[in-house]
Design a protein around this ligand. Structure first.
Ligand code: G
Ligand code: G
Ligand code: NA
Ligand code: MN
Length: 253
């Protein structure tokens, strides 16, 4: 409860920030960056999103928080364009509760229009939890976003509770292979099998695959050899502040 009331002030008090982690292709070029929210509390220090996002979802603050993330990411997209940095997209995490509230797609498209941001500059990362409600409603919202040009990725793929049938009906662009599989590459045969199967299945469905949590050269080479499209993890870079991510993108270009 304390954290919830503190979170209310965090936006006004400028305690929130976004950091950006690069997603690279097989040549090491940055194709996308994922925006990750950080909260630096004056007394408690850094509070991880895994702690405060669920609290924000439970208290109705998630809409306000999501709006702040969107505006901040849009400002960054404008900075990238002014700097002449070309990316496929900036990826934004959207919580299940946020996505499933009334007019998410319409509201998002309105904000982008108001700010002059092209929808194809944005990718949304949703976990399978966002798909657990009425799939027709989810599909309607996704179709609207997709038609406007926004890409949609399934985050933490392979760890959720939903069936795979949604992969056939929803207009998705990418699967983000969960870090728990990547971290066990060459540790156990079953993880290798799962990683290979997910990549093959995704390609059969015309979906891209991003591997998350790539930390070692061994993992990277296995993923590369099995056709994974792009890569994210500490092997390439930690999430970085705005100025540092711009430097990183330019240094590998
Ligand atoms: O950066 P870190 O590993 O601490 O992120 C932990 C979790 O918090 C991830 O699952 C990520 O998807 C989530 N997260 C990070 N930033 C945001 C955000 O802006 N909005 C939402 N809804 N979740 C976020
Ligand atoms: O759930 P989501 O995938 O959105 O969250 C990504 C989280 O994983 C971020 O909090 C980010 O800081 C973290 N992360 C990114 N790369 C690595 C990595 O190589 N290893 C580990 N352990 N965590 C990572
Ligand atoms: Na994510
Ligand atoms: Mn993830």
């Amino acid at each position: 409860l304390f954290i919830q009331s503190e979170l209310r002030g965090a936006i006004a008090e400028k305690q929130l920030s976004l950091v950006y982690q690069p997603i690279v292709d097989c040549r090491g070029l940055v194709v996308c960056v994922e925006a990750l929210l950080r909260w630096n509390h004056p007394q408690m220090g850094n509070i991880p999103p895994s702690t405060f996002i669920p609290l924000a979802e439970g208290s109705g603050l998630i809409e306000e928080l999501g709006e702040w993330v969107l505006l901040e990411a849009c400002a960054f997209i404008n900075t990238l364009q002014e700097t002449g940095v070309l990316l496929d997209a900036v990826a934004i995490n959207v919580s299940a509760r946020q996505f499933n509230q009334g007019e998410f797609a319409e509201d998002l498209l309105k904000v982008l229009h108001r700010l002059g941001i092209k929808p194809n500059a944005i990718e949304l990362e949703l976990t399978e939890y966002a798909l657990l409600t009425n799939l027709d409603v989810v599909k309607q919202a996704m179709d609207k976003l997709r038609q406007a040009g926004i890409s949609i990725a399934i985050d933490d793929f392979g760890t959720g509770y939903s069936s795979l049938s949604y992969l056939q009906s929803l207009p998705l662009s990418r699967l983000k292979l969960d870090a728990s599989f990547v971290s066990k590459i060459d540790v156990n045969e079953s993880s290798n099998a799962i990683v290979k199967a997910i990549i093959d299945m995704a390609h059969g469905l015309n979906l891209n695959v991003v591997a998350e949590g790539v930390e070692t050269q061994t993992q990277y080479e296995f993923l590369l050899q099995h056709g994974c499209d792009s890569f994210q993890g500490y092997l390439f870079s930690r999430p970085l502040k705005q100025a540092d991510i711009v430097n990183y993108i330019e240094s590998v270009a």
